[in-house]
Design a binder for this molecule. Sequence first.
Ligand code: EPZ
Length: 424
Amino acid sequence: MPSQVEKFFIVGSHGLKGEIKVSGAKNSALPVIAATLLTREPCVLENIPKLEDVNIMLSILKRLGSKVEFGQLLTIQNNRINDLIIPEELARKIRASNLFLGPLVARFQEGVVPLPGGCNIGNRPMDLHLKGLRLMGAEVEEKAGFIRARTKRLKGAEIHLDFPSVGATENLMMAATLAQGTTIIRNAAREPEIVDLQNFLNLMGAKVKGAGTDVIKITGVNRLKGVTHKIIPDRIEAGTHMVMAAATQSDIIISGVIPEHLEAVMAKLKEAGAFVTFGDDWVRVTGKSIIKPVDIKTMPYPGFPTDMQPQILALLTLAQGTSIISEGVFDNRFKHVEELRRMGADIRLESRIAVIKGVPKLTGASVIAHDLRAAAALVIAGLAAEGMTVLEGIKNLDRGYENLDLKYQLIGAQIKRVNGEEKY
Ligand code: EPZ
């Protein structure tokens, strides 16, 4: 029985021309889905991408008793929640399941989530989430791989995050909306997805101010209402297409974006020699035959995004010179390097630093994607390479990209999704 494991056949595709429309932001959809737990009234969400990660979060909600309908719109109603324990087998598939903890404790005074599994991109504890909940008066115990948080009612607190953690900022923002009194989160993450979450919470009747800066103030209220909200476009998907255009000497318009969210990526691609222009809701990237080496340090927003590091590293394997990438956020996010070496890349790793010596070309090979953004990087490398690349592990890609193969086929790329032993 041929394995039903899907894979991509990719043939080097250069000089593509066309337009790609980006989907809604995965990293906005996931916290907003968790935030619907804060009200018993129905919420209607627009522009939610059809992704594996979204499906897993919705499966968890359904197991808690949520009513979920996902067609063109996503409708969620949490008026019959009958369980406060996030199911382990689902939670271990997605770290973002930890975002249910804050809303559960805020609305039901209790929540239980499995400790997040060690992910493919380094150790990812929840200490900052738990420190904040304890400061808000929750009794938090970690036992047998589970975290249980309980309280009579959360109360406002002053919280300083040791690191501007996106998830901790989101969890604590959500928890604080129904707490008694005012909460201030200092050294908060400033990502656009935090601003989107603030907008959603305030539509529900919350009082949140400061998202997008490093100080967020939340004044607790007694209840929140169901609302309709359209989430922002996915800046990491957009950045992925921009890098693909630069790596394949293509001329691509990426539409339905918020250019201001892409400033760091636009700046680096210009430094690398690509021609980049933008308008109200689009960015255009024209790749040039000469790719210049650049140095990058990934940082929390508005710095260069860590979620774009694998993709731009793939581009820089073809630069005329040596580039240095320093991974400033995660302690083990270079699983794509080994696979790129199989395609002829010359990369040296030292802890969180990658030294990339450009080579004249990459050659198609059989490679495996170990995580979501590594998968994106290998698609880019396959399109930039000469010859055929067989990419396995594309279930990782489907976690965060909606129909990436179809989007690239539409602009002429030779990329095909096949099952099992099917031949190209
Ligand atoms: C969010 O993850 C994103 N996921 C990640 O995107 C992104 O890479 C990351 O933020 C950084 O931008 C979603 O939004 C669903 P963090 P999150 O808490 O919240 C350490 C993708 O590819 N840390 O900001 O889990 C942690 O170990 C994904 O779309 C603690 O030490 O990231 C990491 O080194 C991958 N203690 C750093 O902070 C904590 O309590 C950043 O983590 C929490 C985090």
